[in-house]
Design a protein around this ligand. Structure first.
Ligand code: ZZB
Length: 261
């Protein structure tokens, strides 16, 4: 599986995270910290509305060279360290380990999206065994992101967040004649999905959204507006990598099954 790892810059950490760094004697000055979100849909990055982490995951903070630090699972950084992404081949010792919960509420800046400052928010269904354990939220085109966003907005106390941190409305990025400009919302309604825990229905919705978006989608935003998704996808990916805003990261199919690394 080949992912694009989107580098989402943390522009303001929560007080909890800052206290934790201090306790761990990690000095932030002169360093850039990025949440690295694994995506299969780089062409939808124009519609990011937050970045998801899991409170069940302890992330590593890794030295990625040139004063840059990556937040992701250790398993994913280990894989990256064999893919010419990191400073030294096979070196993947974390600088520190931080629970996702300490990051929730931090301010971030994500590439390509039209909203300058977004927040880190919790997603309970993130799998530690897939991608980087960090997921960028595109509620226009990802059914999981759409229902999770809706739940966060409706139950901020339950999730321990401020409702203001949630961008309520998806940003339209891709049009298909079948599902319109917000295919995730369309499919979630169509399949009567009510909760982020409706795993089977969400898998079905995701497959439909992938297929329709890829083969019949047209971009509504950005440099490749009007182009077919199929054509624009690799161009957006290459632009992001060339701008040092993303890395290309692969993982073996079997890695999905392994618990840790
Ligand atoms: C942005 C995005 C926009 C995504 C979209 C999808 C869609 P898959 O298909 O099962 O391999 N993801 C990445 N890592 C994880 C994780 N550890 N746990 C849960 N979800 C994760 O899943 C790949 C997609 O699932 C990734 O691409 C990411 O969300 C999420 F418009 O990134 B995506 C129709 C889907 N549309």
């Amino acid at each position: 599986q080949e992912y694009t790892g989107i580098k989402i810059r943390v522009t303001e950490f929560t007080k909890e995270a800052l206290d934790f760094f201090q306790k761990q004697k990690f000095d932030l000055s002169g360093k850039k910290v990025f949440l690295v979100a694994a995506t299969l849909r780089p062409e939808t990055m124009y519609g990011q509305t937050c970045c998801f982490v899991s409170r069940k995951i302890n992330y590593g903070l890794f030295d990625a060279g040139n004063g840059e630090y990556f937040v992701c699972t250790k398993r994913s950084f280990k894989n990256m360290s064999y893919q010419d992404i990191t400073p030294k081949r096979g070196e993947y010792q974390e600088t520190l380990s931080i629970n996702g919960g300490l990051l929730v509420g931090s301010k971030i800046h994500a590439p390509l999206t039209s909203i300058d400052t977004l927040r880190v928010l919790p997603m309970e269904t993130i799998l530690e065994s897939k991608g980087t354990g960090v997921v960028t939220c595109v509620p226009s085109d990802s059914p999981d992101d759409f229902v999770t966003t809706k739940d966060l907005y409706n139950k901020p106390e339950y999730y321990g967040i401020d409702r203001d941190w949630v961008v309520k409305d998806p940003i339209s990025i891709v049009n298909t004649s079948k599902y319109g400009d917000k295919c995730a919302e369309y499919l979630v309604n169509e399949l009567k999905i009510h909760s982020p825990k409706d795993a089977n229905q969400l898998t079905k919705a995701k497959e439909l959204a992938y297929k329709e978006g890829y083969y019949n989608g047209t971009l509504l935003k950005g440099k490749y507006v009007g182009e077919k998704v199929e054509v624009a996808k690799p161009k957006v990916k290459n632009d992001l990598v060339a701008a040092n805003e993303a890395v290309v990261y692969s993982e073996p199919e079997s890695a999905v099954m392994s618990r840790s690394g």
